[in-house]
Design a protein around this ligand. Structure first.
Ligand SMILES: C[S@@+](CC[C@H](N)C(=O)[O-])C[C@H]1O[C@@H](n2cnc3c(N)ncnc32)[C@H](O)[C@@H]1O
Length: 372
């Protein structure tokens, strides 16, 4: 596992992952972001151990705990994260002896245990929004011999009573960097967090907090975390966009030579999401390999569809509303393509003292443009 740096090796050895994994888990798929069927330690101890010692995430909760049983729920809401992701984020956190760390998203408690092993429990505070997850994690941490301050609360507020912190590790993805968190980090301190765009695509950002209260830094890789509970988007059904009429309703027809396939991978999605405001995609797939890419805006003013046909050179487009969403997405893709298709590590983010976040390419002086 290349992500495991030598300074984290002793903690990795001292804190076995299995102490923080419940009996029933849904292992992440090796390719993609979905989950396999559940594995139950009581009926399949070998399968369970294989899952625990594989480099995959292990979903431990669905639908904020409302789902029960061995089947899958609708949305995974807690997991023991993929080990290579855990250790690459810990490496990015760049802790020093005695660093005081706030973790947001206690989850199963594994990360809090690793931090406690390395820094001492008294230097670790961990916040979890879900009271059941927090109680289970606290019990597991205690049984393993660790006693970080583990509190129930909205981690977007940080945890002020124990501030300031030298480091903050966020293990649920953000679309906005909460001002409260930046304010609770001392100048020179570091925040490591998954940052997701509305369009999709997500990367881990490493922000350094400055004296003036701003924070800035590069992305260090891609990620696929579950969203911070308070930052999930409520999405309206397609019919709300069509105004009660059958598709294509009042959509204006055109054709495009850009394939919807070109804008569907994690990295271009991320680059498009940094440039567009409130646009999100959904693919309606058909049995013959064709699909319709739907684009909608969160304000429910505009929609677009692009019909993908395997092997085609041109694709039919319909757009409706004040925003031409396909043109926006195309323009954003064209910019990314024109920059030489930069990877996650060439992007960065600055959060100003008044809370505005802006993305940049290579250096803060080169802002990522906005389209639309
Ligand atoms: C991927 S899991 C965290 C993995 C964890 N660090 C571990 O070691 O197992 C994400 C967790 O974030 C929690 N979460 C979501 N929104 C939150 C919020 N606003 N404040 C604190 N925790 C939150 C979820 O309930 C879930 O337990």
């Amino acid at each position: 596992m290349g992500a495991l740096t030598t300074d984290w090796l002793p903690a990795f050895k001292a804190v076995p992952r299995e102490l923080f994994v419940p009996d029933v888990v849904w292992p992440g798929q090796a390719a993609g972001t979905g989950q396999e069927d559940s594995v139950d330690r009581r009926t399949d101890p070998d399968g369970w151990r294989r899952a625990v010692y594989a480099d995959v995430s292990l979903t431990t909760q669905w639908d904020d705990g409302e789902h029960s049983g061995a089947g899958k729920g609708r949305v995974p809401t807690c997991s023991n994260s993929q080990p290579s992701m855990v250790f690459s984020m810990l490496a990015a956190l760049d802790v020093e002896p005695e660093s005081r760390v706030l973790e947001v998203g206690t989850g199963t408690g594994w990360n809090a245990a690793l931090l406690s092993q390395r820094l001492g429990s008294s230097n670790v505070v961990t916040v979890e929004v879900d009271a059941d997850n927090a109680a289970t994690a606290r019990a597991r941490l205690g049984a393993a011999g660790y006693s970080p301050m583990a509190v129930v609360g909205d981690g977007a507020e940080g945890w002020k009573p124990s501030a300031p912190y030298d480091r903050v590790l966020i293990t649920a993805s953000l679309r906005r960097i909460p001002r409260a968190i930046v304010d609770q980090v001392r100048p020179g301190g570091i925040i490591v967090s998954p940052y997701a765009t509305e369009y999709g695509g997500e990367g881990v950002v490493r922000l350094t907090v400055r004296e003036d209260g701003s924070a800035s830094g590069p992305f260090v890789g891609s990620s696929a975390f579950m969203r911070l509970r308070q930052q999930r988007t409520q999405r309206k059904h397609v019919r709300e966009y069509l105004g009660g009429k059958p598709w294509p309703a009042d959509g204006v027809r055109s054709v495009t030579s850009t394939s919807p396939d070109d804008v569907g991978d994690w990295l271009p999605m991320f680059a498009i999401g940094l440039q567009t405001a409130g646009v999100f995609p959904w693919a309606e797939e058909y049995d013959d390999g064709s699909y319709t890419l739907w684009l909608r805006d969160t304000a429910v003013t505009s929609w677009a569809t692009v019909d993908y046909e395997p092997g085609a050179a041109e694709y039919e487009v319909y757009q409706s509303g004040p925003r031409n969403l396909w043109e926006e997405v195309r323009a954003a893709h064209r910019w990314w393509d024109g920059q030489g298709r930069p990877g996650f590590e060439r992007f960065g983010l600055t959060v100003t003292a008044d809370g505005q976040a802006s993305a940049w390419l290579d250096a803060p002086e080169h802002p990522v443009p906005s389209v639309g």
